[in-house]
Write a protein that binds this ligand. Structure first.
Ligand code: GDP
Ligand code: MG
Length: 306
């Protein structure tokens, strides 16, 4: 046995949960997807596409990182949905062994200060990752790093660009070292503990956000109504029926488009992505229905998986 082998044999295994928190749109999903090299959660240029605590698992030599992706902490609270999003992020921080606060390369704002004061109370080790550094110059970045260093005793402040895969190892290496010692929680080939049904919903949610303009996506709740494997009625294909709930009758047309064009396009793309995920043929139906003020109905939110 060589020295290197020996070291590997005796080095302790590190395993722990990491929560990535930050305001909507800072790039949490992009970062997570890149780190686990698998498209787990919806990514879109609009805020708040992630509405579940997605679990991404990264297993490497001597370590396993279990990422809790969290919905962005919204600026203001009001709606039932906003409240839920905020409390989910808090839950994830409590559950985590270690927290990554993800921010944009600008001075700390209200959301960042709120998160930092919660982290202070929780007493968790926190890394700060400043994302989107491809958008700023070094002289612009340095004062931002200094401002954050004054705000909180972060374990480390790491500039990254999730989009350009820049600086990710610099973030990952020290992070892994700070994880508790212990055996892996999941087997090596698992990337998520979420069922296929959930991932299917995420694909459709992501497509809705990327397809429709302006505020339309925020009025849509995605419900997987039927998920039947190898359905005899559909020639042995999986039968997946999905309801896109909107808030007003008048929004149905926007989703469906003239002659059903837009919905058809979403359906075709969704079917392709779902088949790629499941690795089997799928019969997919999309329905658009109106349910006024669904976001204020706590029972409904729970049913559709919020
Ligand atoms: P989340 O709401 O925090 O999960 O953010 P997303 O991961 O959905 O990303 C929001 C937007 O920021 C998307 O349009 C991403 O492509 C973009 N984005 C993410 N990371 C970077 C980055 O490093 N540089 C730039 N320029 N854009 C990024
Ligand atoms: Mg997200």
């Amino acid at each position: 046995m060589t020295d290197a082998n020996l070291e590997e044999a005796v080095a302790p295994f590190h395993c722990g949960r990491v929560a990535i928190v930050g305001r909507p749109n800072v790039g949490k999903s992009t970062l997570l997807n890149l780190l686990v090299k698998f498209k787990l959660s919806a990514v879109s240029p609009r805020p708040q596409t992630t509405r579940h605590k997605v679990l991404g698992i990264l297993t490497g030599p001597g370590y396993q990182v279990v990422f809790l992706d969290t919905p962005g902490v919204p600026q203001r609270t009001g709606h039932e949905l906003d409240r839920l999003l905020g409390s989910r992020a808090r839950e994830a921080m409590q559950e985590a062994d270690l927290v990554v606060l993800l921010v944009e390369p600008r001075f700390p704002g209200g959301v960042e200060r709120r998160l930092v004061s919660e982290l202070r109370q929780l007493d968790r080790p926190v890394f700060l990752a400043i994302n989107k550094i491809d958008l700023v110059s070094k002289p612009e970045l340095l004062p931002v790093m200094e401002a954050y260093a004054r705000l909180y005793p972060f374990l480390d402040i790491v500039p990254v660009s999730a989009l350009k895969s820049d600086g990710l190892d610099v973030l990952l290496d020290p992070l892994v070292q700070r994880l508790p010692e212990g055996p892996p929680m999941f087997s090596e080939d698992e990337v998520t503990d979420r069922p296929e049904r959930f991932l299917t919903g995420e694909i459709i949610r992501g497509l809705v956000f990327n397809t429709y303009r302006e505020e339309v996506p925020y009025c849509v709740a995605v419900e997987i109504d039927t998920f039947r494997e190898a359905s005899a009625e559909h020639g042995g294909k999986d039968h997946i029926s999905v309801v896109l709930w909107v808030e007003k009758e008048s929004q149905k047309g926007l989703l469906i488009g003239r002659g059903g064009e837009r919905l058809k396009a979403v359906g075709a793309q969704a079917r392709q992505e779902i088949e790629a995920l499941l690795e089997r043929p799928v019969f997919l139906e999309l329905w658009v229905k109106a349910y006024p003020n669904w976001r204020k109905d706590a029972a409904f939110l729970q049913r559709v998986g919020y």
